[in-house]
Design a protein around this ligand. Structure first.
Ligand SMILES: [Zn+2]
Ligand SMILES: [Zn+2]
Length: 227
């Protein structure tokens, strides 16, 4: 639905919870009160490196060897948070992205955001991005940058599609097509994406930023898969 129609629908129809589809009492609320109470918030004192909710055993962190220094997400990719993410991809990106951006900034650990002079979004896949319309990582990056009072830097572009080459298989995603650096990043950069899954894409982007001149990259995503 175009944005104007989406907003109009929210005004004239009682809001529906994006998870259970029940009534969301407060006008423009994304979730009903029970679903909001079940949001899977993540702690800020888990593994500082990979963002999992518990410290990783020595040598077993999935982010070991990654070019990013620290990663965190406010929510697990589960339950009502997963429903919000899916709604954000399908039709409600411009309603959901500001909500996620606010949650990302509100409790982000200092190790992730402190000193960041610019926010860089993980670039959309040229094929997948075109198919879906909205660029979710870019919307999140805009919200995060505004809240932190730093600029968004369109430093990365992806010219080759992962879909065309690897048919989206698991191994293909793990390989991740490295993006190109088109603007020299500052010393400290905050890399933003919607979901931190295997971390392969975030690793590829952080490596590109480091190779392009950044000395420290923090990773902030809206959601983190726990398996
Ligand atoms: Zn609900
Ligand atoms: Zn870890």
């Amino acid at each position: 639905m175009p944005r104007s129609l989406d907003l109009l629908a929210a005004l004239v129809a009682p809001g529906r919870c994006l998870h259970c589809r029940g009534p969301a009492e407060r006008g423009a609320a994304l979730l009903c009160d029970p679903c909001r109470a079940r949001l899977p918030w993540l702690p800020v004192d888990g593994c500082a490196r990979c963002g999992l909710p518990r410290p990783c055993p020595p040598g077993r962190c999935p982010a070991r060897g990654a070019a990013f220094a620290a990663a965190w997400a406010p929510l697990a990719y589960e339950g009502p948070a997963r429903a919000l993410a899916i709604a954000g991809k399908e039709r409600s990106a411009r309603r959901v992205a500001p909500w996620f951006a606010a949650a990302m900034v509100a409790r982000a650990p200092a190790a992730v955001v402190e000193g960041a002079a610019a926010v860089v979004a993980v670039p959309a896949d040229p094929v997948r991005g075109r198919r879906r319309g909205e660029d979710h990582a870019a919307l999140l990056a805009d919200g995060v940058a505004t809240a932190l009072g730093v600029p968004v830097l369109r430093a990365l572009v992806r010219t080759r599609s992962a879909t065309a080459q690897h048919l989206q298989d698991r191994a293909g995603r793990a390989r991740a097509v490295p993006p190109s650096v088109v603007v020299r990043p500052p010393d400290r950069v905050l890399l933003v994406d919607d979901v931190h899954t295997t971390g392969a894409t975030l690793r590829a982007c952080a490596t590109a930023l480091r190779d392009g001149g950044a000395r420290r990259v923090g990773v902030l995503t809206a959601l983190r898969t726990l398996r």
